[in-house]
Design a protein around this ligand. Structure first.
Ligand SMILES: [Zn+2]
Ligand SMILES: [Zn+2]
Length: 142
């Protein structure tokens, strides 16, 4: 699934603002994205149609598929960060540089970069690099 930067950010906005008890309120997601609520709602509507979130009484929640999508994104991002670290960028810079390319890379290319770097366990910031979705168990659609 190909998502835009804003769509991934909106998905992360839902993740950050939802709790076990309730979904993420539109206002919190808009604040996270630094946009007006109607703009945030446009992103959420698309995510809902893609089956990545569910909306109920104005609150948004990630679906299992939405969660998986974010894990895949994190793998792309952190593998790209470790690539830039190897290229000599400092940790702050690796994050910025990774955001320029993480969404553009195919899963296949990410796996090649990952292996070429000796399969690192963590990104330059100490965040665990999650396993690719194809290696994860049950419920995976890809
Ligand atoms: Zn980062
Ligand atoms: Zn990182």
């Amino acid at each position: 699934m190909e998502l835009s930067r804003r769509q991934v950010d909106a998905l992360r906005g839902v993740q950050r603002n939802e709790t076990a008890e309730r979904g993420a309120p539109l206002k919190s997601i808009a604040t996270y994205l630094r946009v007006q609520p109607p703009t945030a709602l446009d992103h959420l509507t698309i995510l809902e149609h893609l089956g990545l979130i569910e909306r109920y009484r104005g609150k948004s929640r990630l679906t299992p598929r939405g969660r998986e999508c974010l894990v895949d994104y994190l793998r792309h991002h952190r593998v790209a960060e470790s690539l830039f670290q190897k290229a000599g960028l400092d940790p702050q810079e690796t994050c910025r540089a990774a955001r320029e390319i993480d969404l553009a890379l195919s899963h296949k290319v990410v796996e090649r970069i990952y292996e070429a770097q000796g399969s690192p366990a963590e990104c330059p910031h100490g965040g665990a690099i999650p396993a690719p979705s194809s290696h994860r168990s049950a419920g995976s659609r890809r």
